[in-house]
Design a binder for this molecule. Structure first.
Ligand code: GLP
Length: 241
């Protein structure tokens, strides 16, 4: 894994944006995998600003989002659909965007459809990933086995707790999610793992301690031939650069 340790979050977002800009220059109709959470917010700001300045062109690109809560209405303020619209898709034009549908009647049929769409697009050229405090990627939670294709997952207590900050008090938070599978993530030609903040230092240390922890989904990335870790100093404090 290539490591790019940046001074701060802003620099990390710039560095990650540079990788996406290079990808689009080389292949304007790239299939891009996109993440949610607080970490990509600065990167998406950068996409919007560079695209507005004519420095990045997403108009031929295809976007596949990693995951979505289930069940959740698409127009719910905390749906990942709403998140993506607010932070990116309302501002930057893509040829197509695909997010697992949180209001599908049958989640399994929706996952099969998502797999078929990703396959028809030719798989991911470049995938953006964040990391959860328990090492989850997308919504692939620690488990004893991992589906290769998209599937419905039970969110762990830790993830529910971490994401509860986004839901109003007393509001029913979805306990399931639909997520891209580990096989689809692993098949991406290039992966950018963007990590920021001291709160992630512990999981980052664990990730790089030289063991393949099968209960840390992000450990699969250690085996992928083309992952670029873009990380700020706060998150990287426990590892060698
Ligand atoms: C969510 C998303 C992940 C994301 C993670 C970390 O659960 N499903 O894709 O990487 O949270 O989020 P944050 O960047 O807010 O720490």
């Amino acid at each position: 894994m290539k490591k790019n340790v940046c001074e701060n979050y802003e620099e990390a977002c710039q560095a990650a944006a540079d990788i996406f800009a290079g990808q689009l220059k080389q292949k304007p109709d790239s299939v891009l995998g996109l993440a949610t959470g607080s970490t990509p917010v600065g990167l998406y700001k950068e996409f919007v600003s560079r695209s507005g300045a004519g420095k990045m062109d997403f108009s031929q690109a295809h976007a596949f989002n990693l995951d979505e809560y289930y069940p959740i209405r698409a127009d719910h303020p905390q749906s990942y659909k709403t998140f993506m619209d607010e932070h990116l898709f309302d501002h930057v034009k893509f040829t197509s965007t695909r997010i697992p549908c949180g209001e599908a009647t049958d989640p399994h049929i929706e996952c099969d459809g998502y797999d078929a769409d990703l396959e028809a697009a030719g798989g991911l050229d470049l995938l953006l990933l964040g990391i959860g405090h328990n090492g989850h990627i997308g919504f692939n939670e620690p488990a004893s086995s991992y589906p290769l294709g998209a599937y419905m997952v039970d969110l762990t207590e830790e993830t529910l707790e971490a994401n509860s900050r986004f839901f109003c008090d007393g509001e029913k938070q979805p306990v399931n999610a639909l997520t891209m599978g580990i096989g689809q993530i692993f098949a991406a030609k290039h992966i950018v793992l963007l990590i920021s903040g001291a709160g992630k230092a512990e999981i980052v240390k664990k990730l790089f301690e030289g063991k393949l922890h099968t209960d840390i989904p992000a450990c699969f990335l250690l085996l992928h031939p083309n992952v670029t870790l873009v990380i700020d100093k706060d998150a990287a404090q426990g590892i060698k650069s």
